[in-house]
Design a protein around this ligand. Structure first.
Ligand SMILES: *Cc1c(COP(=O)(O)O)cnc(C)c1O
Length: 427
């Protein structure tokens, strides 16, 4: 293959044209049309193989089409798919026991997508605030961070500061106070000065914003401040959870890894939000976990979802979580993350196009030496694609590098070679 830009096949062109004609234009995909995936690889419609360095925004941590997860899904799909929560089913309780033990909470509320789980957490936090903390009705405030990404529903975009997510979608939901991320003083000031704070919603690492890793003690201090002011500490681990950052959770010490978490104490959220990789990316599954004091404020009829907690989701999520433990994915992410960042920093030392490498475990980003409005990061991703690696820019000049956690050291080294070779063509 020539290093000049890959020409799309007529088959790819035709499929892209269909999406353009018949689908809403709410995404701007990289021009590659995929038809198959296995482990760390995906194949396009012409049979070309790529490393997947996006992992569907960290949903496919266990690798594409993991046989154990697919097996669980097929088996359950042939048996019973949906009862709604009007009736009990034989899978849900088993899953609820498994997932609550796995993460160390009393109860789970099952939903489908990440945004729904965030909505659920916000409702739960408000209800707790009124019924347990005693905030006067309609007065609850929830603190959030600037440059957050929690999904796309009307309430969630109400506290986004991404103009493209907000513009012309108002009026917005009230009751949110925005503070800078990774700024413990700002959190402390708002908690001290403002009445009726119900909780603090935070991403342990801001993924969409460009993989911003906060100070080592930020989450622990934030949790302590919340406890001091009787406000709930709500962790959105939809992207950072399920071993992605080298631990079962980015907030967590209670992971399964052999070496324990001696250098980082557990910061246990009052409400934990999970999605994406809780199903290994094979089915929409999300979850909100909390202890009884909080979760018991929800009574029949007050919240729910037709598909939430369906038998397929339950069976799939158990299998996907078992894979994380069976295959030591947290340890693998931690070990290979160190190797990936070292390799990227080596490339950065030879190539001024990379101005910064950051991340944790296998959630990483390189910052490209250009403005946020430049097309350079996009062009680099096209070049990565030509050489067989798929990644996508986030917020203009950052490229997230987040392969499935089943990747091996040899594969990481090969990918570093691809990245260096592609970047060298822009010097
Ligand atoms: C992806 C994501 C969401 C939203 O999940 P959807 O399944 O797309 O609704 C929420 N929070 C974070 C941190 C995410 O990365």
């Amino acid at each position: 293959m020539t290093p000049t830009e890959q020409i799309l096949s007529s088959k790819s062109e035709a499929l892209i044209a269909k999406e353009n004609q018949y689908g809403a234009h709410n995404y701007h995909p990289l021009p590659v049309v995929l038809e198959r995936g296995e482990g760390v690889y995906v194949w396009d419609v012409d049979g070309k193989k790529y490393y997947d360095f996006l992992s569907a925004y960290s949903a496919v941590n266990q690798g594409h089409c993991h046989p154990k997860i697919i097996g669980a899904m097929v088996k359950q799909a042939q048996t019973l798919t949906l009862t709604s929560r009007a009736f009990y089913n034989d899978q849900l309780g088993v899953y609820e026991e498994y997932v609550t033990n796995y993460f160390g909470f009393d109860k789970v509320l099952p939903m489908n997508t990440g945004a729904e789980a965030v909505e659920t957490a916000l409702k739960l936090c408000r209800k707790w605030a009124y019924e347990v903390k005693g905030i006067p009705e309609n007065e609850a405030q929830i603190i959030v961070c600037e440059n957050n990404f929690h999904g796309r529903t009307t309430t969630i975009i109400s506290f986004s500061n991404d103009e493209s997510a907000r513009k012309s979608f108002g009026p917005f939901t009230a009751g949110f106070i925005k503070i800078p991320y990774d700024d413990i003083e700002a959190l402390s000031a708002v908690l001290k000065s403002t009445k009726n704070i119900a909780g603090f919603l935070v991403e342990p690492i801001q993924g969409e914003a460009g993989v911003y890793v906060p100070a080592d003690d930020y989450l622990a201090k934030a949790k302590a401040l919340c406890a001091e002011h009787n406000a709930l500490f709500i962790a959105d681990e939809v992207q950072t959870g399920i071993a992605r950052t080298g631990r079962l959770l980015a907030t967590c010490g209670n992971c399964s890894c052999e070496k324990g978490c001696e250098n980082k104490p557990e910061v246990k959220p009052d409400i934990l939000i999970l999605g994406k990789a809780i199903s290994g990316g094979v089915y929409p599954v999300s979850a909100v976990l909390a202890n009884n004091e909080i979760m018991n404020v929800i009574k029949p009829g007050q919240h729910g979802s037709t598909f939430g907690g369906n038998p397929v989701a339950a069976a799939v999520a158990i299998a996907a979580l078992e894979v994380v433990k069976d295959e030591n994915l947290a340890q693998n992410a931690e070990r290979l993350g160190v190797i990936l960042r070292k390799g990227l920093n080596d490339i950065a030392s030879r190539n001024p196009l990379i101005t910064l490498v950051r991340g944790k475990g296998l959630l990483n980003a390189i910052v490209i030496n250009c403005g946020e409005d430049s097309d350079l990061a996009w062009d680099i991703c096209l070049k990565f694609r030509d050489y067989g690696l798929l990644a996508k820019p986030t917020h203009g000049n950052k490229i997230r590098l987040a392969p499935p956690l089943v990747i091996t050291e040899t594969q990481i080294q090969e990918c570093l070679g691809i990245i260096e070779k592609a970047l060298s063509e822009f010097e």
